[in-house]
Design a protein around this ligand. Sequence first.
Ligand code: TYM
Length: 488
Amino acid sequence: MFNNAITKKLKEEGIRFEIIENPPIKAVEDGVKFLGIEATDIVPTLIFKAEGKLLAVLKRGDQQLDLEVIKKYLKAKNLILANEKEIFEKLGFVKGAIPLITGLPTLMEETVLKKEYIYGGIGDFNYTLKIKPVDLKNVTKAEVISMTKKHRVFSGLRPTAKLHLGNYLGMVKGALELQNKADFDCIYSVVDLHGITTPFDPKTYQKQIKELVLDLLGAGLDPKKCHLMIQSQVPEHVELAYLFGTVYPVSRLEDLPTYKDKKAENPDYINMGLLYYPVLMAADILVYKADMVPVGKDQIPHIEVAREMARTFNRMFPSTSLRTSGKTFPEPQAYLTPGAYVPSLKGEGKMSKSIPGSFILLTDDLQMIKKRLAGAPTDVGKGEKVPEKGGVANLLTLVKLFEGNGIYKGYAEQYLHEGIRYDRLKDNLAVAIYNELAPVQERRKYYEDNYSLVEDILEEGKEYCSKIAQETLLEVKEKMGLVKLGNK
Ligand code: TYM
């Protein structure tokens, strides 16, 4: 039977709660299945031992705790999970909801409070307690802190043109997915310093930056869930890039396919910035110690440079003091979506802002989308094998991305039998694309009409990012012997 002392205490405190009878719940997954809830709704109680003393920690079932954060908060040198024997010896019982009646010091992860109701143990695997998190907090006198292991996410876009479907599907969709995860701290940037490595117009550049910010907010980047910043407003990006440049071989940079492409695109504009591009990009990511980077496939060689940079720096400059112990940088990973490579409408290569006729913009209306699709090359509509390259293949990829696999398979069948009517395919595809873009355009308009909101968002981003970047720079300079140890 569940522990009656718990229900008694809750009743005494005048708290509303529910006890649900269920098949034995021994793991978060059992509760999710039976109760028809999500892992985020379950709050297990973990009992830790810090410096020999027990304490309870309440966190959501989907979260991993960052023990270093808890240790720092408690000012404890060691922290381990307590075993059942020592819990029983000290408290007289083991399972569930212990802090409710023991007065054990309790910490609550702050995101628990975001739920309307949470579900937890009550001393018996066959019963679950449903309660409002704020009541649980009050009755346990829990201290609320942020203590989950957070991934840091960074990505950037150049303000060289308005956003197109390639940027949207390849990068923005990934960015949206990650901003919605509780354990991800996301920073997204307009990388204006990268944008000046190819020909640009200083007179229109500020406007381009503004347009891109609006595009991103329109596409759904949510200032409540992520930070938006302008790269050049946090000069530590450049400072770290310079320092990184001193540890990275020139030959590797000259070999990168992106550098070669840019040289071929603008043979009269081959500048140092182009060569430095991936080094600055590594600095963008690592100045925030980001471990996850939502990007399109074309950026993978650059992520590889960032990974190598992290490895090289960690090897060359190990810790110099307790304050900066451990590896300085994580090895960041690319986060790819199904649209990580969006092909060009022209039938060859990828959709790109520098190739006219290859793209559809996020701001295009239905008529414009139809016009752009009309220019996409096709064939007679049937054959023995569905093309894997060229205009038809690219159109079918867009069908898959916007209308789903079922419709795509239908067209593939038609190609092998009665033939595809491309006018209809293009019409339907245009409508599907527009249906996705219409809410994006509406949101964009809202921010455009309320631009002071955007200014506040960027100011917040700058401040948030500056703090992190300054910390990293201090650590890096300490490790490189550029400032005196413990100069903080
Ligand atoms: P940019 O502005 O050229 O591209 C922005 C993002 O859009 C993706 N992308 C595509 N994805 C799929 N299919 C396509 N056809 C397509 N075209 C573009 C790009 O992969 C990119 O993710 N180097 C970066 C900017 C940058 C950055 C960073 C990114 C600077 N620092 C740090 C991540 C982390 C770039 O290419 O931007």
